[in-house]
Design a protein around this ligand. Structure first.
Ligand code: IPT
Length: 962
C-alpha cells in the first residue's frame, strides 16, 4: 500500500527552484469540498470521478490544517511517536481527508505544458485530475509538482486529493510540534512555456578584497540576464558575469539588486544579493568577516490557523525579530513557506534552512531501526534534501543547509550531505546530530551549558554554533548574558539560536467564553508532552514575552557604557553591571542582601566631563542609520536631555564620546544614552530604540525618620499589623515561596516541595518593645529562619526592619527571600522608582532600566500560558499603591510583585483562565529571588544567581500620601 511504502512517492516532476514569472498561473487556494474518514478503508470510492457527488461534504479552506477547523483534534507529542514504532507501518486508524475542487480554465491553458504544484501536504497525498491519477506525495513541508499537460480541459476541471494523516513519511517528521494534517500550503497551476526557464541557480558571489560581485547562472534554458542597475543588459546567462563594484548583501544591510532572467518565452524576476560564505581560520565568514549568529529557532505556528501561517503573520515575525536585534533564523525543523525566505532576503536575516527530517522517536527504542542508516530509506532522505535545496537555492539569506534535526547518525544523512555539497558548494552543511563532524562543516550542539561552551571555545578548530540554547519555556531563559560573554570571548563560538521563537498554544474558549491557549493534553490526547509545546519568546498571539525584551538587550548591536572619566574617578556605575564585570561568587550580582539598592554613584554636584564609550558590535554596518540622545533623570523625572554627537564608528570599533556638562541634581539621578533609528527602515519606524546604556550620576539619599509612637500602624496583641493609616493590611510576614516556574520544575521545585517551602509555619517567640520575634520553618524539618520584625515610626511613617538569620542546614537554594503582605483590592494602581518597566530576575534583568514607571496591577502580570511566577520588579527604591483616593507609599530597597492572587493560586492554575481575582492585592516585598536558569532544557540557575539561605535584612518605610 502506498501509505506505508518507504519511497518518497511517485509521479512527481524533478524538483526545481520556487520562483514567479510572467507565465500563466492560477492559484487554487480557496474553499474546497472536504470529507474526513476515520481510516483509509472507510474513505469513499470514486472521489476522483468528475461525477462523484460531494454535495454532502463540508467546505474547508485550502490552505489549512483540518484539525484547526473542527475535523479531528490537534495532538502534541515532542519526541515520542503517537503510534507504535514499527517502521514503515502506521495505524489502520489513519484519519483520511478527501478534498475536491472544481475549477474552470480558459483555452490558453491547453496550448502549453502545465504543472500542478502543492507547497505542502501533511503527510501523504494521492492526487487525481479529471479522473487521472497524478501520483503520491510525501514530505509534508516540501513542494511537489505534477505534470498535468494534456489532462486539462477547457471549462470545468476536477481536482481530487486524498490526504492521510499518517504515512511512512510520518517516521521522518517527528518534529516537536502539533500533529496537524491536510493541504496546508498553496496549490497552484503553473504554465511552463516551451523554451521557458524551467529552473535556474543564480550564484552571486562577493569578493570582499576587490568589492566586485560575480554572477554565474546555471540553467538549461537559453536565457539572458538583465540587471539594469548594474549596467547588465541581456548578458548571456551561460557565462560568468563580472558585475563590477557592488554593495554586498548582509543581514545588516540586505542589498538586493533587481533584475530578470529571460528566455524567448518567459521572463523571471530575480533579486540578487551578493555574498560569499566561507569557512576560514576555523570561523564561519560572510564576505570575509566572522559573523555572530544572534538567532532564534522558528516553527511555523498560528494560534488559530496552525501551520497554515498567513503571509502577514510571517512578516510580523520578521519585523518583531528585527526590532529585537535578532539577526538569524534556523527554520526548525523544516523548510518554511517559501515566502518567508523572500522576506528574509528582503529584511535581512541569516538563515539556516533545515530539511524536513526528524526521527527523534527512535531514541525511545535505542535508535533501533532508525531510518537514517537503513538503505531502504535512502531515496526518501535524498528526495527531501533535494526538494529543499532545489526549491530554496536562490535565496541570499540562506547561508547554510541543515540536514534535519534529531535523526541520530547514519549513511543516509552522510549521503544527503554529500549530495548537497556537490549541488551547492557555496553553502556549508549543518546537522547537530553529527557530533563527530564527519559530514558537516560546523560543530553544532544544543543546550550545552556555559561551562561546556567555554571548554569548546578553548578547543574547537571549526566554527561552533548552538543550534538550540536558552530554552524559552515559561518564565526565562536566565543566563543569556553569560552565553553572550562566551560568544564574545571565543571567535569560533559564533552564537546560536534560542529555542524557540513562538509558543505553539492554540486558541480555545472556556465553557463561559473566555479565551485561553491550549497545550499538550488539552485535546484529550492519550499520549502527550504537556506544555513543552509552549516554549517561545513570543506568546501564541505574538505578544513579546519578557524573555524577548531581555534578548533584545543582550543582542544589542551597540554597547553603551561609562568610559573612564578624566580627572577624579567616579565610582563604578551599577548601570553597567550587565556588561562583562565578574559577579561576586555565590551572591546576587547587583545589590547587596541588606537594603537592596546599590547607592553608589558620582558624588553630588554638577557633573562635568562625563564620557561614554560606544562600541559598534555590528559585523558589517556603521552607525549611519542611528541617532543618539541623552537624557538625565532625577528620581525618574527628566531634568535635561539633548542630542549626542557620536562619530562614525566602524563595525567592531569603539569610541569615547564626551557628554555636555549636566545640570546639578540632588537626588538619585541617572543618565541614559539611547541609540535609535534616525529614519524609517523597512522593519521599524524612525525613533525605534536599538540600544541604550545607563550611568548613575548622583547617589540617592536615605530618608531619616523621627522616632515616635507607632500611631500610623494599628497592631493586634500578637504584634501583627492590621492597618496602616486606616488601610487594612495582611502581613507583612516572611515568605520564601514562589509559584514554581517551568524551569524550576526541572531543577529545584521537587526539593522545595519535599522540604515544604510552600507550607511554612510561623511561631511567635516574643512581642516586645516594637520587636516581634518569630521562627519560620516547614513542618517535619529542623532547619528554619529566625526572624525579627522591628517596628518604629510615628504618625507619618511606619518603618519595619526585618532581620533574618537561617538556623540549621538549608539544603537547597530558596525560591525567594522576602515578605508577603496584602492590601485591599482597590489599591490596584502602582507607581515605582526602580528598574522597569518589565519584570526582571537575577539572571534576566539586562532589559530593566532605572526609571519611574506606572502600571495597574493587572498590567504587572505576565500571562505565561502555564501560570507561574512572574511580574517581579527589581531594585525598587519606592513604590506607591493607590485606590485613587488614598495612597500607600513603601520606601526602601526591594523587589516587588503585586497580584490579585497568591503564589499558591498561581501555582495551582493550569491555564490563565484558572486565575480568579481575589478581594486583595497580594504584594511580595523581597530582598532577593532565585534566578531563572533554563533547566527545562539546558543548565539550571548559575551558581552566582542562586539564592541561598543567608543572614539578611530589609528595611521598609510605609507612608500614607494624601
Ligand atoms: C530539542 C529539539 O531539537 C527541539 O525540537 C525541541 O524539542 C527541544 O528539544 C525541546 O523543546 S531535543 C532535546 C532532546 C534537547
Amino acid at each position: 500500500m502506498y501509505i506505508d511504502d518507504v519511497s518518497p512517492g511517485y509521479g512527481a516532476q524533478p524538483a526545481r527552484s520556487a520562483f514567479t514569472s510572467d507565465a500563466l498561473t492560477l492559484g487554487l487556494n480557496g474553499e474546497w469540498r472536504f470529507h474526513l474518514s476515520p481510516s483509509p478503508v472507510l474513505a469513499p470510492d470514486g472521489i476522483e470521478q468528475a461525477a462523484f457527488d460531494d454535495s454532502a461534504w463540508v467546505s474547508l479552506p485550502v490552505p489549512s490544517n483540518w484539525q484547526m477547523h473542527g475535523h479531528g483534534k490537534p495532538a502534541y507529542t515532542n519526541v515520542r511517536y503517537p503510534f507504535p514504532v514499527d517502521p514503515p507501518h502506521v495505524p489502520s486508524d489513519n484519519p483520511t481527508g478527501d478534498y475536491r475542487l472544481a475549477f474552470d480554465l480558459t483555452p490558453e491553458w491547453l496550448s502549453q505544458p502545465v504543472v500542478l504544484r502543492f507547497d505542502g501536504v501533511d503527510s501523504c497525498g494521492r492526487v487525481w485530475l479529471n479522473g487521472e491519477e497524478l501520483g503520491v506525495t510525501r514530505g509534508s513541508r516540501l513542494p511537489v509538482e505534477f505534470d498535468v499537460s494534456g489532462l486539462l480541459q477547457e471549462g470545468r476541471n476536477v481536482l481530487a486529493v486524498r490526504v492521510h494523516q499518517w504515512s511512512s513519511g510520518s517516521y521522518l517528521e517527528d518534529q516537536d510540534m502539533w500533529w496537524l494534517s491536510g493541504i496546508f500550503r498553496d496549490v497552484t497551476l503553473l504554465a511552463r512555456p516551451v523554451g521557458g526557464i524551467n529552473d535556474y541557480f543564480l550564484h552571486a558571489d562577493y569578493d570582499h578584497l576587490t568589492g566586485h560581485g560575480r554572477i554565474r547562472v546555471e540553467t538549461e534554458a537559453t536565457a539572458w540576464l538583465s540587471v539594469p542597475e548594474l549596467g547588465i543588459l541581456r548578458a548571456p546567462a551561460d557565462s560568468p558575469i563580472d558585475a563590477g563594484v557592488v554593495e554586498p548583501w548582509t543581514a545588516e544591510a540586505p542589498r538586493l539588486y533587481e533584475g530578470y532572467l529571460a528566455s524567448d518565452t518567459e521572463r523571471v524576476p530575480v533579486r540578487i544579493g551578493f555574498r560569499t560564505v566561507t569557512i576560514e581560520d576555523g570561523q564561519l565568514k560572510v564576505n570575509g568577516r566572522r559573523i555572530l549568529l544572534k538567532g532564534v529557532n522558528r516553527h511555523e505556528h498560528h494560534p488559530v490557523h496552525g501551520r497554515a501561517v498567513p503571509l502577514e503573520t510571517a512578516r510580523a515575525d520578521i519585523l518583531l525579530m528585527k526590532q529585537h536585534n535578532i539577526n538569524a533564523v534556523r527554520t526548525s525543523h523544516y523548510p518554511p513557506h517559501p515566502a518567508f525566505l523572500d522576506l528574509c532576503d528582503e529584511y535581512g536575516l541569516w538563515v539556516i534552512d533545515e530539511c524536513d527530517l526528524e526521527t527523534h522517536g527512535f531514541t525511545e527504542v535505542g535508535w533501533n531501526r532508525n531510518p537514517s542508516g537503513a538503505p531502504e530509506w535512502r531515496d526518501a532522505y535524498l528526495d527531501r534534501m533535494t526538494r529543499m535545496v532545489e526549491r530554496d537555492k536562490n535565496h541570499p539569506s540562506i547561508i547554510m543547509w541543515s540536514l534535519g534535526n534529531e535523526a541520530h547518525t547514519g549513511s543516509n544523512l552522510a549521503a544527503t550531505a554529500a549530495w548537497a555539497r556537490t549541488r551547492d558548494p557555496g553553502r556549508p552543511i549543518h546537522y547537530e546530530g553529527d557530533a563527530a563532524c564527519e559530514y558537516v562543516d560546523v560543530y553544532s550542539r544544543m543546550y550545552a551549558s556555559h561551562s561546556e561552551v567555554d571548554e569548546i571555545g578553548r578547543t574547537t578548530e571549526i566554527p561552533f554554533i548552538l543550534c538550540e540554547y536558552a530554552h524559552a519555556m515559561g518564565n526565562g531563559p536566565g543566563g543569556l548574558l553569560e552565553y553572550r560573554e562566551l560568544f564574545e570571548k571565543y571567535p569560533r563560538c559564533q552564537g546560536g539560536f534560542i529555542w524557540e521563537w513562538i509558543d505553539h498554544g492554540i486558541t480555545q474558549l472556556t465553557p463561559d467564553g473566555r479565551e485561553f491557549f491550549a497545550y499538550g493534553g488539552d485535546f484529550g490526547e492519550e499520549l502527550h508532552d504537556g506544555s513543552f509545546i509552549v516554549d517561545g519568546l513570543v506568546f501564541p498571539d505574538r505578544t513579546p514575552s519578557p524573555g524577548l525584551t531581555e534578548l533584545a538587550k543582550i543582542f544589542e548591536p551597540l554597547r553603551i557604557t561609562a568610559a573612564p572619566q578624566p580627572g577624579p574617578t567616579p565610582t563604578a556605575s551599577p548601570a553597567n553591571r550587565p556588561q562583562t564585570s565578574p559577579h561576586p561568587p555565590g551572591g546576587r550580582p547587583w545589590s547587596s542582601l541588606s537594603v537592596g539598592v546599590a547607592r553608589e554613584g558620582i558624588s553630588a554636584g554638577a557633573v562635568d566631563n562625563l564620557r561614554v564609550r560606544v562600541a559598534n558590535l555590528f559585523d558589517f554596518a556603521g552607525l549611519d542609520l542611528l541617532k543618539f540622545e541623552w537624557n538625565l533623570e532625577q528620581e525618574g523625572v527628566e531634568v535635561a536631555s539633548g542630542p549626542l554627537d557620536v562619530p562614525a564608528i566602524e563595525a567592531g570599533q569603539e569610541a569615547t564620546v564626551q557628554l555636555p556638562d549636566l545640570p546639578e541634581t540632588t537626588r538619585e539621578s541617572w543618565l541614559t544614552v539611547t541609540a535609535s533609528l534616525a529614519k524609517d527602515t523597512s522593519w521599524a519606524p524612525a525613533g525605534h530604540t536599538v540600544a541604550w546604556g545607563q550611568i548613575q550620576v548622583q547617589a540617592g539619599t536615605n530618608t531619616q525618620q523621627q522616632p515616635g509612637d507607632l500611631t500610623l500602624g494599628e497592631f493586634d496583641h500578637e504584634g501583627t499589623l492590621r492597618s496602616i493609616a486606616g488601610i487594612p493590611v495582611q502581613g507583612p510576614k516572611l515568605d520564601l515561596w514562589r509559584a514554581p516556574t517551568e524551569n524550576d520544575r526541572y531543577s529545584d521545585e521537587p526539593r522545595w516541595r519535599e522540604l515544604g517551602l510552600h507550607r511554612l509555619q510561623h511561631r511567635i517567640i516574643s512581642v516586645h518593645n516594637g520587636v516581634v520575634h518569630s521562627r519560620v520553618a516547614p513542618a517535619a524539618q529542623d532547619f528554619g529562619m529566625d526572624v525579627k520584625y522591628h517596628w518604629t515610626g510615628n504618625d507619618k511613617t511606619l518603618t519595619l526592619t526585618v532581620d533574618i538569620e537561617p538556623e540549621g542546614d538549608w539544603p537547597c537554594p530558596l525560591p525567594r527571600l522576602g515578605l508577603r503582605m496584602a492590601l485591599p483590592g482597590t489599591f490596584d494602581r502602582v507607581e515605582w522608582f526602580g528598574r522597569g518597566p518589565g519584570e526582571a530576575y537575577a539572571d534576566s534583568h539586562q532589559a530593566a532600566r532605572v526609571g519611574r514607571f506606572k502600571a495597574t496591577v493587572d498590567e504587572l502580570q505576565t500571562p505565561y500560558v502555564v501560570p507561574q511566577e512572574n511580574g517581579n520588579r527589581v531594585d525598587v527604591r519606592w513604590a506607591t499603591l493607590t485606590d485613587g483616593d488614598r495612597t500607600l507609599r513603601i520606601e526602601g530597597g526591594f523587589d516587588f510583585a503585586a497580584r490579585r492572587w497568591t503564589s499558591e493560586d498561581l501555582d495551582a492554575a493550569k491555564h490563565t483562565t484558572d486565575l480568579t481575582p481575589s478581594d486583595w492585592i497580594h504584594l511580595n516585598l523581597d530582598i532577593a529571588q532565585n534566578g531563572l536558569g533554563t533547566a527545562t532544557c539546558g543548565p539550571g540557575v548559575l551558581p552566582q544567581h542562586q539564592l541561598h539561605a543567608q543572614k539578611a535584612s530589609i528595611t521598609l518605610t510605609f507612608r500614607a500620601v494624601s
